[in-house]
Design a protein around this ligand. Structure first.
Ligand SMILES: Cc1ncc(COP(=O)(O)O)c(C=O)c1O
Length: 400
């Protein structure tokens, strides 16, 4: 029996603002009628500001995994070779999907504690003089590890190698939380999902596309129908879809886009940076280890905390859930039991962060995890001493 609100501090799905819930709580309308057409046009246009693109953004009634599949099936043909940077569990899963879809997958191995290495990607592409590699696939924010990859640097590495490979980027846990620019950074397909920085329930997947990606989609032989961009883009011209869209989630999307717009994207990113910095201060004060070992790759959306030797992260998470009604993220795949993840993205503020960190700290004592007291105070000091979002863009000044 719990009173008050549940703390959903996994790195997505995230807390859905009441404003968005109210927007979704409306009668479902005729998805071929004029009112829907206006809604469709509004959200399709609104998404462009979040992806920072002037090109089409395709919205699917799907999870992020569906949008992954759409990116692959529209641009690549069976037998094509792709280069995947193994940053963690989600990069691995995306690569596995590519293999299931009959692509030849070449992986650049990683230790799950660093971002994708632009130098290694560039070197591999430079070797590929025959241009056998058709796409480079990178997860911008690896949700399993709390590590962010440097997308502009990877773009520069692809260009420096004078390689024509398409650049496919997963922003499922960075969109609306961490600075991202589809057009400026020369990304060909950006994959997104609704349930993280966009502050929506799960159920929408996104593909932002470049002209080069659209051209590739015209010339490849992958079997696809539901995921096919061109039919959707054609119907989208009037605000409609070739099938029944997720009407009520689109009401929610209209509201969440308005919220992001009102706050201003730079302020949204600064808010996430600041909460992430405060979280890291807490972890250091507890004398625990942050999984990400490159300060320039710290994720502003989530932080993965390494459990002290001999202590099981999932048992600790269970104590926190039972005692404080707070869900923390589990360790995925090879990190199971070794880390827990604190989500600090989406609809979030200073006091939600302090409540979260208080629950984490009190949980250590209850679960018998060795730690030094004072993490909450250290985080509070960061919040007190940093300029609130909207005034100043803070970026990793705690990196030293
Ligand atoms: C980075 C990343 N990519 C892909 C996915 C898969 O998305 P979904 O679970 O919505 O299918 C997730 C889910 O958490 C993710 O974090």
């Amino acid at each position: 029996m719990h009173t008050g609100r549940h703390f959903l501090q996994i790195p997505g799905p995230t807390n859905v603002p009441d404003r968005v819930l109210r927007a979704i709580d409306m009668p479902t309308i005729d998805h071929r009628g004029p009112e829907f057409g206006r809604l469709g046009l509004e959200v399709i246009e609104g998404c462009k500001a979040v992806f920072r693109t002037g090109n089409p953004v395709i919205i699917y009634p799907s999870s992020g995994t569906g949008a992954w599949e759409a990116a692959i099936l529209n641009t690549l043909s069976p037998g094509d070779r792709v280069l995947v940077a193994e940053t963690g569990h989600f990069a691995t899963l995306w690569g596995r999907m590519a293999a299931k879809l009959k692509l030849e997958v070449e992986t650049i191995p990683g230790d799950w504690r660093h971002g994708a290495d632009p130098g290694e990607i560039g070197a591999r592409l430079a070797e590929d003089r025959g241009h056998v590699i058709k796409a480079v696939m990178v997860v911008h924010n690896e949700t399993s590890t709390g590590v962010t990859s440097r997308i502009p640097d990877i773009r520069r590495a692809i260009d420096a190698a004078r390689h024509p490979a398409l650049f496919l980027v997963d922003t499922i846990s960075s969109l609306g939380s961490i600075d991202y620019r589809h057009d400026e950074w020369g990304v060909d397909v950006t994959v997104g999902g609704s349930q993280k920085g966009l502050m929506l329930p799960p159920g929408l997947g996104f593909n932002a596309v470049s002209d080069k990606a659209l051209a590739a989609a015209r010339g490849n032989s992958s079997r696809r129908s539901y995921w096919d961009w061109h039919e959707i883009i054609a119907a989208n011209a009037d605000g409609y879809w070739p099938y029944t869209p997720a009407t009520n989630l689109l009401y929610g999307l209209r509201e969440s886009l308005a919220m992001l717009q009102e706050e201003g994207m730079d302020s949204v990113f600064a808010r996430h940076d600041r909460h992430a910095a405060a979280t890291r201060a807490a972890i250091r004060a507890w004398e625990l280890e942050i999984l990400c070992v490159d300060p320039y790759a710290y994720s502003s959306a989530l932080t993965a905390v390494v459990m002290p030797e001999g202590h099981d992260a999932d048992r600790y998470r269970e104590v926190v859930l039972n005692k404080f009604d707070m869900s923390l993220g589990t360790g995925l795949a090879k990190l199971k039991g070794c880390v827990f993840r604190i989500g600090h993205l989406g609809h979030f503020n200073d006091l939600m962060l302090m409540g979260t960190l208080a629950g984490v700290e009190m949980g250590f004592a209850l679960a018998g995890v060795p730690y030094r007291k004072g993490g909450v105070g250290a985080a509070m000091a960061v919040l007190e001493h940093t300029v609130p979002p909207g005034k100043h863009h803070m970026k990793d000044e705690d990196a030293a």
